[in-house]
Design a protein around this ligand. Structure first.
Ligand code: ZN
Length: 100
């Protein structure tokens, strides 16, 4: 019995077949959160909420990850840009040291 595992040797299939990779599914809402919950308001001052819509590098997550509809994704994007403007970009430069 051979167990097929991923070895660290980096085996290549000789017949040119693309090896199957386990797909990682990011947990995402099936429906737009903002459409399903009318009480939920996109607020750029709500840092906690905003942080859910950006990734580790501070970029806005794509719609397939956020699950938001086009309309709300747009609002999220705008809100994040606002949040960046007030919170992440100091108006007086030289505030952040480059790389310490
Ligand atoms: Zn929506």
């Amino acid at each position: 019995m051979t167990e097929s595992r991923y070895s660290e040797r980096g085996e290549r299939s000789h017949n040119g077949e693309h090896s199957e990779r386990p797909r990682r599914y990011v947990s995402r809402p099936k429906f737009c959160q903002f459409c399903s919950d009318k009480n939920l308001v996109i607020d750029y001052k709500n840092v906690e909420m905003m942080s859910r819509y950006i990734n580790e590098t501070g970029k806005i997550r794509p719609r397939r990850q956020t699950g938001a509809c086009a309309k709300h994704q747009r609002q999220i994007a705008t809100a994040i840009k606002n949040a960046r403007h007030i919170a992440l970009l100091p108006f007086e430069g030289d505030f952040w040291s480059e790389n310490n």
